[in-house]
Design a protein around this ligand. Structure first.
Ligand SMILES: NC(=O)c1ccc[n+]([C@@H]2O[C@H](COP(=O)([O-])OP(=O)(O)OC[C@H]3O[C@@H](n4cnc5c(N)ncnc54)[C@H](O)[C@@H]3O)[C@@H](O)[C@H]2O)c1
Length: 264
């Protein structure tokens, strides 16, 4: 029904989970994909890849420049990298709150600012040639942003901020034919929603961070959800693919909730 052949995509946090599935689906649709992750060993061999930390202020520009230099353009950006670092507000440190803003809003802002020169110049050239080429930005958010998530003051703030960035960029970049949208997930089966135990931890930048959701909460949420279950990473990627494809050429500034109908 559509092909992304000749399109170049950049997916952040694509080493595992949802980002990995998004990169695979974009590649299956014909796009050339640059994958990034903090953890170099998670990135698929053979793929165009650039491992590195998106919260390093200089890294987003290097990642964008490398994508354009190596793959010859930039048509689709998926700001996906992220993680949870939860606690109730009185136990949330400044470092913890700031880390959630750094990865969920500052990094996407820097990626889009880094891409702005290429996008403006390319779109102006295409317009002069009488061509309209749609480009795509998909920012990943969460029902924690739209509904609020207890224990997630930092995470929900960062994920809510990215909706503001999405709507603003839809307005700034409409003239360049860039569709800028967000997908907000409910529970998707990745390491972030593993059943909470003493061992359910991830390592991010040398910090050991407790992640996961209490089993009782997982059961309750699944039971309260219209579709009665958490989603798979492939299902999550499907919603992102819609916004990366020509099917969404007349949709911009929107937030699509992909949660099986579940709300907090
Ligand atoms: N799984 C869910 O239920 C769920 C729900 C709502 C939103 N989300 C969001 O979806 C996105 C993907 O999450 P996931 O569930 O696939 O998690 P995941 O942990 O499986 O994958 C996220 C990837 O991002 C990478 N990453 C983290 N910090 C990074 C940094 N500074 N630089 C580069 N890469 C970095 C991680 O190494 C990891 O490989 C995140 O933005 C997350 O907040 C997930």
């Amino acid at each position: 029904m559509f092909s992304l052949k000749s399109k170049v995509a950049l997916v952040t946090g694509a080493g595992r989970g949802i980002g990995r599935a998004v990169a695979q689906q974009l590649a299956a649709a014909g796009a050339a994909v640059m994958v990034n992750d903090l953890d170099a060993d998670t990135l698929e061999e053979g793929a165009a890849q650039y491992a590195g930390d998106l919260t390093d202020p200089a890294f987003p520009q290097r990642l964008v420049d490398r994508t354009v230099a190596e793959l010859g353009g930039l048509d689709i950006i998926v700001n996906n990298a992220g993680y949870t670092w939860d606690n109730i507000i009185q136990k949330t440190t400044d470092e913890q709150f700031q880390a959630m803003l750094d990865i969920h809003i500052v990094a996407p802002f820097r990626i889009l600012r880094a891409a702005s020169g290429y996008i403006r110049e390319t779109a102006k050239r295409e317009a002069a040639e009488g061509r309209r080429v749609n480009r795509k930005v998909v920012n990943i958010t969460s029902i924690s942003a739209t509904d609020g998530g207890p224990g997630q003051a930092g995470y929900s703030s960062g994920k809510a901020a990215v909706i503001g960035l999405t709507r603003t960029m839809a307005k700034e970049w409409g003239r360049y034919n860039v569709n800028v949208n967000a997908v907000g997930f409910g529970l998707i089966e990745t390491r972030l929603i593993q059943p909470l135990t003493a061992e359910s931890k991830i390592e991010v930048k040398g910090r050991e961070i407790r992640v996961g959701v209490q089993q009782a909460m997982l059961d309750k949420v699944a039971a309260a959800s219209p579709l009665g279950r958490a989603g798979t990473v492939e299902e999550a990627a499907g919603a992102v693919l819609f916004f990366c494809s020509p099917l969404s050429d007349f949709v911009t500034g929107e937030v699509l909730i992909c949660s099986g109908g579940m709300h907090f």
